[in-house]
Design a protein around this ligand. Structure first.
Ligand code: FES
Ligand code: FE2
Length: 436
């Protein structure tokens, strides 16, 4: 398998075999080797701020419940009754001291214990060992500045090491204001007939597509004419922070992903005003480099399937050619309500199932996936040669960089994917810890 995977993901030449997007055996293997071992996003602390709060998520194809127990401790449990396997909770979020399965009534407390069994005395004669039939819990759970991640693998490195230098870039979004961030309640969910890796690779590093794919959306907003020249790309850096994560653009003054700078010359919306009003605080918390580079338009992907573009977006696999996207809106907790409302409206018009930006993306991802299935299409690899061999370090930005547009992050994403797919344990997977 190692040789086969190395052949399918050829980092030296920037080529990827389209079979990795459609092959059923590889898909089953990635559920085990990637989703079964990586740290995966399972919620935001604002969703479960009180004892006995819970929210639903997926880890790979497995439904999980993220919750605080009655003492406030964080847990993530497989949302599966230990009796027959029915889900113990069908709500997306709420507050409950216990979860009663709707099939036969087994009941579990928010710390995962089996606390209620109908007929325990009369029919089981108290012989059922309830201590052995509690909920299945993740091996590790941790929060990074509000975002909660969990892993099924007790050998996985700490979340801080797993994120590595990605944490330095995440701070621009999560730690720029006192009070941190929160989710606007609820989420959008929908199914896309594509492999989960296409959206993840897009959000990890595809500045290249923006002026072409989203040209019509830009025109409809009448903000600026789309340009298929370097002027339509971010003129900063594509950053590969290590460990398979990717930051699309950093430090540029124009184009996609440049944040506040991209609104130069345009009427200031409430979100931009909020940013400009708090620049002093952002600088103090993040330093000059990150404040100047961050803006409001960061785009990144945390390996494997958690992306950010003012929204947290999770690419839940549902089969080789099916992805269920869950989208949450992330805002500064202390931002005024009119700023939160403005961001919500802007995001729902551009992203989500009816967003004029995301519809363009989905159409491309579906067709790119389909190309791996057809008789002729699957014979030809996809190309990731953009700025191959141009990788360098930057004195101010942790990680490896190239100028934009670039496919440095696609190469890093599939390199990590192949590494996870063939390494039997975490001890054989390279980890770049955080450097600053
Ligand atoms: S399946 Fe849950 S109680 Fe039977
Ligand atoms: Fe896009």
């Amino acid at each position: 398998m190692t040789q086969l995977l190395q052949k399918m993901v050829d980092n030296e030449r920037g080529l990827v075999d389209r079979g990795i997007f459609v092959d059923k055996d590889l898909y089953q293997q990635e559920l085990e080797q990637v989703f079964g071992r990586c740290w995966l996003f399972v919620g935001h602390e604002s969703q479960i701020s009180k004892s006995n709060d819970f929210s639903a998520a997926y880890m790979g194809e497995d439904p999980v419940l993220t919750c605080r127990d009655s003492k406030g401790k964080l847990h993530a449990f497989l949302n599966m009754c230990r009796h027959r396997g029915n889900r113990i909770c069908r709500a997306d979020f709420g507050n409950a001291p216990s979860f009663m399965c709707t099939y036969h009534g087994w009941t579990f407390s928010t710390d995962g214990k089996l606390v209620g069994v109908p007929g325990f005395k009369e029919a089981y004669f108290e012989e059922l060992d309830r201590s052995q039939w509690g909920l299945v819990e993740t091996a590790q759970i941790a929060s990074y500045k509000g975002l909660i991640f969990a892993t099924w693998d007790k050998q996985a490195p700490s979340l801080v090491d797993y994120l590595g230098d990605m944490g330095w870039y995440m701070d621009m979004i999560l730690d720029r204001q006192d009070g941190g961030t929160e989710f606007v309640s609820g989420s959008q969910k929908w199914v896309i007939n594509c492999n989960w890796k296409f959206p993840a690779d897009n959000l990890s590093g595809d500045n290249y597509h923006f002026p072409v794919t989203h040209g019509s959306a830009l025109l409809s907003r009448q903000t600026r004419a789309p340009s298929r020249t370097p002027g339509g790309w971010n003129d900063g850096w594509a950053v590969s922070p290590g460990n398979g994560h990717g930051v699309v653009s950093f430090g540029g003054g124009s184009g996609y992903g440049s944040g506040r700078s991209s609104t130069a010359g345009l009427p200031q919306d409430p979100s931009t005003q909020h940013h400009l009003q708090h620049i002093g605080e952002f600088k103090q918390r993040l330093g000059v480099i990150r404040e100047a580079a961050a803006g409001t338009g960061g785009v990144f992907n945390i390996f494997p399937n958690c992306s950010y573009t003012e929204t947290i977006r999770v690419w839940n696999p549902k089969g080789p050619q099916k992805t269920e996207e869950w989208l949450y809106l992330l805002v500064d907790k202390n931002a005024p309500q009119d700023v939160k409302d403005f961001i919500r409206k802007r995001q729902t018009s551009s992203h989500g199932p009816s967003g004029n930006v995301e519809q363009d993306d989905m159409s491309n991802w579906i067709q790119c996936t389909e190309a791996g299935r057809t008789m002729m299409g699957k014979r030809y690899p996809l190309n990731q040669e953009l700025r191959l061999g141009q990788e360098q370090t930057h004195e101010a930005y942790p990680g490896t960089v190239t100028k934009n547009p670039s496919e440095i992050n696609q190469r890093a994403f599939y390199k990590r994917w192949a590494e996870m797919m063939h390494a039997p344990t975490w001890s054989e997977i390279s980890i770049s810890p955080r450097t600053r």
